[in-house]
Design a protein. Sequence first.
Length: 254
Amino acid sequence: MDITRSTVFIPGATSGIGLALAVALHEQGSTVVVGGRRTDRLAQIAADHPGIDTVPIDITDPASIDDAARTVLGRHPDLDAIVAMAGIMQVEDWHRRESFLASAERTVITNVLGPIRLIGAFVEHLQRRPDATIVTVSSGLAFVPLAATPSYDASKAAIHRLSEALRLQLADTGVDVVEIVPPAVATDLLPGQRDNPIAMPLEEFVSEVVDLLRSQPGAPEVLVERVGFLRHAEAHGTFDEVVATLNASDHHGR
């Protein structure tokens, strides 16, 4: 992925990491299309960042994904990258069915089915491009569980494994699969996370991600330094220690 000249669609990018990444890629020279449910936010983004295109999309609605894909490809037939950015994270109590089931279902629909449907809407087009990229977004919690967010942890573990399998299956095409693995980042993903002193500042995270995308364009995973202790805990033999530390603190990994 050449971030200086790609044409990138990023749904779920009306705030947080998605919006910051969209703006950063646009500043690097990419043509960027931002997608989201809230048309007022999309209008504000277009006003604040001339040159960034916007398209309404509800990642939980298959028809909306298909409509957005037609719109994006109609306006940008040279699209060569998508970023499956949308995601939700909710604290759950699994001691009782009524305390978690609805949240768990929303999380799976948004965080797992959403990216699967999004990729499905664009994968044939991307294979027709000489070079193309599917970017997924997992989490440090795909590798070390946070007890408070079981469904989120599981959804991001699914995205990690999906990314690995897609990378193998699409190896006979010109489509790369790149997985961004965030640590806890100072956003509104969870209440209070923006002000959590343990969370990585948003601007610092996105700056490091952009640097890695630029300097390591063929890397299968984008790992900022601060996520390494989660990503490599099992390989380094520190899994139990990291699990204990993570769950004894107010640390929330994205």
